[in-house]
Design a protein around this ligand. Sequence first.
Ligand code: SF4
Length: 182
Amino acid sequence: MEKLLLLSCCAPCSCGVIEKLARQGRTFTVLFYNPNIDTESEYQKRLAENKRVCARFGVPFAQLPYEPEVWQNAVKGLEAEPERGKRCSVCFGLRLARAARYAKENGFTVFSSVLGISRHKDLAQVNEQALQAAQKEGIPYDLTNWRKGGTEQVKTVLMRDMQIYNQTYCGCPYSHRTKNNS
Ligand code: SF4
C-alpha cells in the first residue's frame, strides 16, 4: 500500500495539496524540514501554520529539528547567487535528501514535495534535486506537478478562510532582496 511523505516548506505552498490528498483519501504525512528559514521566530510561525492546516484535515504532521547551521554550511560561498541559482539547488538538495532519508527510515513507500509549487520557483530545478535524493536513498519520488489540478484555487479559499500567515520572502536571509513568496 502506498504511504506518501510530503515535504512542505510552509502552509501557503502546501495547503491546497494537503486538502486535495486528504479529499482523495490518500495515506500521507506532511514533513516540515526547513533549516533555510532565517530566524527562529519566522521558523516557529511557519511551523505553527503548517501544523494548523494539517490538524484541520486530520493529516499526520512530522517535523525535524531546526538546524540553520547545517544549511549555512551547505550554502557557504553561494550567498550572492540569485534566486533560482546555485544556492537554491543546494538548498533544495539538502532538504529533499533529508526528507528521502526520513521516508526510508520510517516506512514510507514514496516521497514528494511542494518546494516547486510557487511560480517564483523553477520546478525543473526542484525535480532534478529530488530525483538525485531519491536515487541516493533508494526511494521513489512522486513527480506530480502540484501546481495543476485545482490546488491554487483551493489555496486561495483556505488562505482567506483560515487567515493563514503568508510570508513575503522565500525563507533564507538572502531571499529578502527579492521579496518573493516561497
Ligand atoms: S531563496 Fe529559497 S530556495 Fe533559494 S536558497 Fe533561499 S530559501 Fe532556499
